[in-house]
Write a protein that binds this ligand. Structure first.
Ligand code: 13P
Length: 345
């Protein structure tokens, strides 16, 4: 795979004002979300739910790529068609989550390190053969008293850079995801400071590991206040703080920023992404895009609840959230779009 091919994939992932749909929840996370809604936590229900997502009519109008997990990339539709084929036929690029999850970081109470580097070269090769063109690795940075520590930031940045270099060697575009968590009472200012520090450290390690900036996508958190912070910022304040922070820390040759939603509601994530594009689209050197899981999937999952009879309504809800985010990329999302959905509820 040539450098140009990597660059082409990275650009295609954020092209045409579309974004990415993360559907790579680990089995425990997916099961937890199912349990909450009374959906049986079995392989077959997980498969049926993922089939619902990838067969949503018109999904490609807003989605360039989907992030699968190890179980899902090997699965088939009920009629026997492999998921990867369904995704390709829909004109969507398949990608794969390759980290092995965040584990306690030794000597750092309350902090985590993402594992999965051992054997990664071989796993990437297999995922490439299964049809993945890009990969994802998520590092989590908790905020609290005395954390994050330098040790946690450095360890996660190093792992992200090692992963990204291995992806590019394998001809896959790495999505580099350092997530500063929303849990806690911290202010938006503290989130901004930590996000900037984390991103600077991550890009320093990416350079050291000779990762090609043009052939990667950054998946950061938005700069927000902690969930229990008494002062919650306005939409425009989040947009300004986020893009200004990124402008200070992210090289301009990265083709795209694809935000995670991190537990924000679908409406809020769309509104904030929209404000960023209204205020910065013409100035920012990179695309301001999305790679949401919950902020696209949650309403659909709540409608589906494991019942075949709810499938079409759930797909309409998924399509709607994806469309709202495409509108947000153009700076054309409005709250009125939320009330104009027909037949979802
Ligand atoms: P959320 O959008 O639900 O935060 O998920 C994004 C993701 O891929 C987490 O790794």
């Amino acid at each position: 795979m040539s450098t140009q091919e990597l660059i082409d994939i990275a650009r295609a992932m954020v092209a045409d004002d579309k974004g990415l749909l993360a559907m790579d929840e680990s089995n425990p996370t997916c099961n937890k979300r199912f349990a909450w809604l009374g959906i049986p936590q079995t392989v077959e229900y997980r498969r049926a739910y993922r089939e619902l997502i990838i067969t949503t009519p018109g999904l490609r109008e807003s989605i360039n790529g989907v992030i699968l997990c190890d179980e899902t990339i090997r699965e088939k539709k009920k009629d026997g068609t492999p998921f990867v084929k369904v995704i390709n036929v829909a004109g969507i690029i398949p990608g794969i989550k390759v980290d092995a999850g965040a584990k306690e970081l030794a000597g750092h109470p309350g902090e985590k390190i993402t594992e999965g580097l051992d054997g990664l070269r071989d796993r990437l090769k297999e995922y490439g053969q299964l049809g993945a063109h890009f990969a994802k690795w998520r590092a989590v940075i908790a905020v609290g008293d005395g954390i994050p520590s330098q040790g946690c930031i450095e360890a996660n940045a190093h792992a992200l850079a090692r992963y990204a270099a291995l992806c590019q060697e394998a001809g896959m575009v790495p999505i580099v995801e350092p997530e500063v968590l929303m849990d806690g009472e911290h202010t938006i200012e503290r989130c901004c400071e930590i996000t900037e520090e984390v991103l600077r450290t991550v890009f320093s390690h990416l350079h050291t590991q000779r990762v090609l900036m043009e052939g990667m996508i950054l998946k950061p958190n938005m700069v927000v206040a902690g969930l229990t912070c008494p002062r919650q910022p306005e939409v425009d304040e989040v947009a300004d703080a986020t893009v200004e922070c990124l402008l200070r820390a992210v090289p301009s040759d990265v083709p795209g920023i694809a935000f995670l939603s991190g537990g924000q509601s679908g409406e809020l994530a769309s509104a904030r992404l929209n404000a960023m594009n209204v205020r910065f689209k013409s100035k920012a050197p990179w695309a301001l895009s999305f790679s949401f899981a919950r902020a696209i999937q949650q309403p659909a999952l709540e409608i589906w609840r494991g019942e075949e009879a709810n499938l079409l309504r759930a797909q309409r809800a998924l399509y709607h959230r994806a469309s709202c985010n495409r509108a947000a990329r153009r700076g054309e999302y409005t709250a009125a779009m939320e009330s104009s959905v027909e037949g979802i509820q």
